[in-house]
Structure formats: structure tokens, C-alpha cells
Write a protein that binds this ligand. Sequence first.
Ligand code: GAR
Length: 190
Amino acid sequence: MKPKQIVLLASGSGSNVENIATYFERDPNITIAAVLTNKRDAKVLDRCNRLKINALYFNRQAFSESSCVLNILKSLEPDLIILAGFLWKIPQNLVDAFPKQIINIHPALLPNYGGKGMYGINVHKAVKANKDDETGITIHFVNQNYDEGAIIHQTKTIVLPEDSVEQIAKKVHELEYQHFPRVIEKLLTK
Ligand code: GAR
């Protein structure tokens, strides 16, 4: 059987990309076709070099003002496109070309703390400022609006009053590392 192909989009550190790559390293049925980034100096590129994963940088024009990224994605024939810390809104042409094939991870319990500007540490700061006693992760399908597609998976963690923003971030990242690869695996093998 032909292995399932995944493509990851990331804008920053890429610790989720590395975790997913490690998880599927010895799985002959799932391969990473490429990692695409919109940040020329993103740390994810160093990780891809070290892990020997094909990686590619693209700019705004290639992404949303032309069909460049769309055509690259089509040529990779992905079974799943995975946003792992990717911070640009997905343009309509991509949403239309890959229905129910693009998923995102969000570091909060959507619909809480979603939308433009709500990413990474900003989310955890808001959770802390509101004195929430829980937070978590949401994995969802991507549509044309930020953080609004159908939810696939959510997991919660407790926030203690004494937790710092960094500690909240750490708890959420741990949930991401634990659950994201398994959810991807499930989507690809059902
Ligand atoms: C992750 O926590 C992910 O949930 C978040 O960015 C972080 C990327 O970390 N995504 C968003 O906030 C999307 N709105 P990483 O680069 O170390 O994987």
C-alpha cells in the first residue's frame, strides 16, 4: 500500500513538527512529504535540516496572491495538510482545493481564545489574565475563518492559580505532543 503523505505548515519553533516527525519515523505507512514555512528564519528550518525533511520557504505573494503554494501542495499529493504553529490565515483557494484535508492545532479550548492575534503565548497570557482554572488544546478542520472549523479533538489541563504563563504554555505543549500525532494517525488510518 502507498504510504499516506502529510505536509506540515509551520511559522516558528516547530517543536510539534519535530514531535510528529519522531512519532512517524519508523512508520512505513505515513511519511512527511515536506514542511512549508512562511518565515525565512524559522527555527523549524533548522529542525528539518537536522531531521532530513524536505522544507520550503514561501512569502505572502506565493501564498495568497498567486497559485504558487497551491500548485506545490497539489504536486505533493498530500493526504493531510497539518498546521503546526502556522500563523497566517488559509486562503480560500487552499480551503477549496483540500476539503476536510487541512487541520490545525490551537493551544486553547476553542471557541475560547480563538481568532486573529490569538496564537502561542498570547493565548496563555489571556488564560492567565482571566484566572481560568483550565485550558487545553483543540485540533480542528480548517475553514476560511481563523479557528472556526469543525472540532476533531479537545483535551483539557488544569491551570493552578500559581501557574506562570510559561508553565501554562508548557502544560499545553505537553498535551500537544501527546495527542497531535495520535489524532493525525487516526485520521489517516480510518
Ligand atoms: C503551538 O502551541 C500551537 O498550538 C500554536 O503555536 C505553537 C507552536 O509551537 N498555534 C497557534 O497558536 C495557532 N493559532 P511549535 O512551533 O513549538 O510547534
